[in-house]
Design a protein around this ligand. Structure first.
Ligand code: B12
Length: 217
């Protein structure tokens, strides 16, 4: 099978909710030593995006959405150790607290950002999904984080990103951390409007952004 066929099959496995295929293809990508960033960005992500489109059009319902999301998570679980092992630098480029805002259980994209930051030499503390704003602050203070990364996939939880910025200011902590925001409904304009330090549209861009902001205050 060519690489392009493999990538197409990955997308299809997610669309069809075929967990066995999604996992087997991820294992094949590892065995063939493929570029895992390409595998994720050109194989699996287009699959879950298609699922989102089908759902929006009313062709898929919540059960299909859940099944596809589980396949995506299963495939990412196969790839995650290798993504993280591919650590480029052995020195820490900075400490990162990451999570999905409270009220939001989407975590596939956040997990990818966490894995890639970790693979690129950042020390990452992943708080998971549905994380209370207070917890982000406490964890960042406890680990003396450089970055706080907030993921939001719902328009409602995007508002939590804005509230978070306000909370940091109220606590007099704004200058202590760089805050990065992301998630499908988020964009640069939103990041600017809430006074975040940066926005990135995908995991590789998040790594680039974090690297570019290192040491800046
Ligand atoms: C999979 C999925 C689910 C799964 C989630 C499983 C999981 N464990 O994550 C399940 C089935 C559980 C689910 C549930 C729901 N979902 Co949903 N879901 C999706 C779907 C199809 C894909 C999301 C995804 O994983 N994308 C793939 C990843 C790789 O992309 P990503 O998350 O955007 O992340 C990338 C970037 O955004 C960026 N990034 C992400 N986070 C961060 C953070 C930082 C700091 C940075 C820099 C970058 C960054 O990098 C990532 C990697 O490249 C989207 C559709 C879509 N187009 O997004 C809908 C979608 C997000 N869901 C939606 C909805 C409405 C829901 C539900 C409310 C449905 C319901 N009626 O119950 C619930 C929400 C429950 C809750 N309280 O959270 C809507 C949101 C609409 C809106 N405007 O608010 C969407 C857009 C679908 C739609 N078109 O209507 N969902």
């Amino acid at each position: 099978m060519t690489k392009d066929d493999l990538l197409k099959d990955m997308a299809q496995a997610i669309v069809e909710g075929d967990r066995q295929a999604a996992e087997a293809l991820a294992k094949e990508a590892l065995a063939r030593n493929l570029d895992l960033h390409e595998v994720v960005e050109k194989g699996y992500i287009p699959g879950i995006q298609k699922v989102g489109d089908l759902w929006e059009r009313g062709d898929y319902f919540l059960p299909e959405l859940i099944t596809s999301a589980e396949c995506m998570k299963a495939a990412m679980a196969v790839l995650r150790p290798a993504l993280e092992r591919a650590r480029i630098a052995d020195v820490s480029l900075g400490k990162v607290v990451i999570g999905t805002i409270e009220g939001d259980i989407h975590d596939i994209g956040k997990n990818l950002v966490a894995s890639m930051l970790s693979a690129n030499g950042f020390e990452v503390s992943d708080l998971g999904a549905d994380v209370k704003l207070e917890r982000f602050i406490q964890s960042a203070l406890d680990m003396k984080a450089d970055f706080i990364c907030l993921s939001a996939l719902l328009t409602t939880t995007m508002l939590g990103q804005r509230r978070f910025m306000e909370l940091l200011k109220e606590r007099g902590l704004r200058s202590q951390f760089k805050v990065l925001v992301g998630g499908a409904p988020v964009n640069q304009k939103w990041a600017d409007s809430i006074g975040a330090d940066g926005y990135a549209e995908n995991a590789p861009a998040a790594v680039k952004l974090a690297k570019s902001l290192r040491g800046k205050r």
